[in-house]
Design a protein around this ligand. Structure first.
Ligand code: FAD
Length: 392
């Protein structure tokens, strides 16, 4: 029998919360597992909310992490529509919104993120985080309807693409000079600007002027903030997310954090990262579960994410921030939107790579990033040179 505490309480019924329950059972934990989910839904994945589900192509069921019977079969007490309101670390108890208290041996925080608000004069802007949000936004789509999207990040761009595919007139307003500027930089940001212009989006870059914006509905996608209130009120160390060590343990040894809220000391990157992406929520829970069960686990996967817009599919692996003095090298045909972009540091080591409409790249790039391989830039930019042979 796996060791561990008598009981584990997981706060947050998103992907990271559901995967934590699954990982505990997969790793042989036999104590009690309670999953508190503020939304009155089975835990579900969010990427389809701005893609297939928003476009009406995929059923919502496809996004559900586990069917309802899975929870009973695995003896996981899923409490839907129940919110944790406080953590009493001294008593090892969580307080719930019905006033009751729930004891825990180990506590896992998986409270995720919520959209940043932006007031829009004369409009009641919509944001996109939940199933219901996606339904509300979908209802604004259609030929002859006009949608304004504020924010040219991933969510704003995906909503714009889904809306255009439904024949909606779309105006997208972005304060920066390019969409995705903070994530991809100007060169790659312009690839997405061109993509959306070609698909008929009225793209207004470098603009914060919302006056005169004629629209039937407004969607705001200006980023998210991690839901750290519970952790903060409980006196855990919080700084841009809940601070966790390599094994996802917080400043309290009986409390863990996974998914969007975890600001994680990454053993490979050698820095703290907080990753607001699906793969992180999917994979971190196995490490947290192993640590809860007494293992010496460390979460060392590189950040990874993907997006789909119109006929463009992309994946990104690694971590290049605005602070990195990264230069971009490409292989393939950027104009045809079939290429790989690499972000290199000042010693020609790959920090991150994005493949656009070419596939199977992340698995080949990961070892180059992890091993800090110094690359030959000519070979790197030559599509005929296998990635395994680009080292200097
Ligand atoms: P969340 O998914 O935010 O779940 C947290 C859950 O906890 C919520 O259900 C919340 O209600 C609940 N909760 C919060 N507080 C409490 C409390 N006190 N008590 C009980 N429950 C609580 N990532 C990609 O890599 N690729 C994509 O293409 C992509 N597309 C996306 C599209 C959309 C529309 C959105 C919104 C996100 C997308 N993401 C994508 C990001 C990805 O979905 C998130 O990184 C992921 O959902 C994080 O999972 P999580 O479990 O940490 O948090």
């Amino acid at each position: 029998m796996a060791e561990g505490p008598d009981s584990v309480v997981i706060v947050g019924g998103g992907l990271a919360g559901a995967k934590t329950a699954e990982a505990l059972r997969e790793q042989g934990y036999t104590g009690s597992v309670t999953l508190l989910a503020a939304e009155d839904e089975l835990p579900y994945e969010r990427p389809p909310l701005s893609k297939g589900y928003l476009m009406g192509k995929d059923e919502f069921d496809k996004a559900v992490v586990h069917p309802e019977e899975w929870y009973a079969e695995h003896d996981v007490d899923l409490r839907r529509g129940v919110r944790a309101t406080a953590i009493d670390r001294a008593a090892h108890e969580v307080e719930l919104d019905d006033g009751s208290r729930l004891p825990y041996g180990a506590l896992v925080l998986a409270t995720g993120s919520e959209p940043r608000a932006l007031p829009v004069p004369g409009a009641e802007p919509l944001t996109l985080r939940t199933h219901a949000d996606s339904d509300r936004i979908k209802a604004t789509f259609g030929a002859g309807k006009r949608l304004a999207v504020i924010g040219g990040g991933w969510i704003g761009l995906e909503v714009a693409a889904a809306a255009r595919e439904a024949g909606t007139d779309v105006t997208l307003v972005e304060a920066a000079a390019q969409p995705l500027l903070g994530v991809l930089g100007p060169e790659m940001g312009s690839v997405f600007a061109d993509l959306h212009r070609e698909h008929g989006v009225d793209l207004r870059l470098g603009s914060t002027d919302l006056s005169g914006l004629e629209a039937d509905a407004v969607v705001v996608g200006v980023g998210v903030r991690p839901r750290t209130e519970l952790a903060e009120a409980a006196g855990l160390d919080v700084d841009n997310g809940v601070l966790v060590d390599a094994s996802l343990r917080t400043s309290d040894p009986d409390v863990y954090a996974v998914g969007d809220i975890a600001n994680h000391d990454h053993p490979v990157l050698g820095r703290r990262v907080r990753v607001e992406h699906w793969a992180n929520a999917l994979n971190q829970p196995a490490t947290a579960a192993a640590a809860i069960l007494g293992g010496s686990a460390a979460y060392d996967r590189l950040p990874y994410f993907f997006s789909d817009q119109y006929d463009l599919g992309m994946e990104y692996v690694g971590h290049a921030t605005r602070d990195d003095t990264a230069r971009v090298v490409t292989r393939g045909e950027v104009e045809k939107r079939e290429f790989v972009a690499f972000w290199l540091d000042d010693q020609d080591r790959i920090l991150a790579a994005m493949n656009v409409n070419v596939w199977d790249v992340p698995d080949e790039v990961r070892p180059l990033i992890v091993n800090r391989t110094v690359v030959d830039v000519d070979r790197l930019s030559d599509p005929d040179t296998p990635l395994a042979d680009v080292g200097r």
